[in-house]
Design a binder for this molecule. Sequence first.
Ligand SMILES: [Zn+2]
Length: 475
Amino acid sequence: MSICKVCLFLFFFPFLSFAQLAKSYTPLPIQDTIPAITYTSLSKRLDVDKSQVAEPQKKVNNYIKYLYEERFKYVVSNFNDDYIITEGELTSYLQQILTNIYKSNPQLSQETMVYAFRSSIPNAFSFGDGNLAVTLGLLSRLKNDSQVAFILCHEMAHYHRKHGDKQIQALAKLNYDKELQKKLEHNNTYSYKKELIKSLELSITKHSRTYEFEADSIGLTYFLNTNYDRNAPVECMDILSKSDKGLDQNIIDFKKYFDFPDYPIKPSWLTYEKSTTWHKSEKDGEFGDSDTTHTHPNCMRRQAALKRQLQGKGAVTITSANDLFQSIVTQSTFEQITSHYHFKKYGKALFGSLLLLERYPENAYLHAMVSKCIYQLYTHQKNHEIGKVLEQPDSRFDDNYDQFLTFFQQLRLTEIASLGYFYSAGRRQIDASNEDFWHAYWLCSQLPVSKILPSKVKAEYAATFPKGKYLTNMP
Ligand SMILES: [Zn+2]
């Protein structure tokens, strides 16, 4: 039986080999809108949820329905804003593991779907309406199928125990709590409503502490019904507890990448002192968004609880990471770069590309990404908007990221332009058979220091790729 599953697996998932990635990478498609079939099934689900609301107070009833509608809109916006990956190997892989867990747990009806989610913050969530998600950042940190399975069991437990619905109900009751209303009488209704919606979002991304322990404990009972490795739950907590540190701590060798015969690197660029300031507030950006920073102190307590529950549960099976799993991890790592670029976090995309080039030094996709990001830094610097796409150094960042930010933040406009142009021109002889290279080279040929006209680059690209996918974007 299990052998059959493995065969099916390999048949459906053409995994990425090191040999392929040595040369290039083809990113997953990014959908612009929610697939119609998904929208329809979510709407149906919303109707069912609303029809089952049965609180004694009518206004509480209506308010719960209203919050379900808001939840529905929130989930749809996550599809429409390209965070949820609906197609491709990552999502199919997660879905396959989810199905395996349900097969081992016939007491549960298979009401959930799982998706890979475009975020680098290691996290997973249950939206409460049957949709589960695992971020690319978490996927790239896990070590085997069993760990993925435990993460999914935890999220399934949130769903099947209706933690999200319970939080919505509590929120609605709170909203009509007479005591609370008195206190809020002087509050502006609009901002109060906004606060409530915010707490709804929070209830999706950050379940309360009690629910976390319950999801671990119930999730573990689902997990123990499967054949996955029993070391995984405890290992997952170790991984989560370390998740505010970057996975790759290597210091980038700027001289290796940005020292050109016609444009030598300036030694002054390479001086670095660890930042002493805090530029980022706890509220905005990833410090604030990160679930893990808040759950950290909890991870070790959750691990202890899991260990207690696992005592005397029989032999541990050992699974080692297989080729498919390695391919999933690698794809998650590449897709984080693609996502950062798509969401205009050019600093992060550039940083990730430079780190990954250490492992795949001849990957044309990564080299093109470096050129494109520098081009974007140039245009944003020119419009005095670099702060939107490249963070300021911050003493709380990992050393390698802080050093990277220091390097790029000190450059003048013409220096950024020069790095972009010389970098992409330097790949001309090597990457000419790659379309991403041509797109990057065409962008960088528009930089003021360029020695080649964009029209000439376009003509050369068209000659090599008469049906090139970027041609339509080149006016
Ligand atoms: Zn949870």
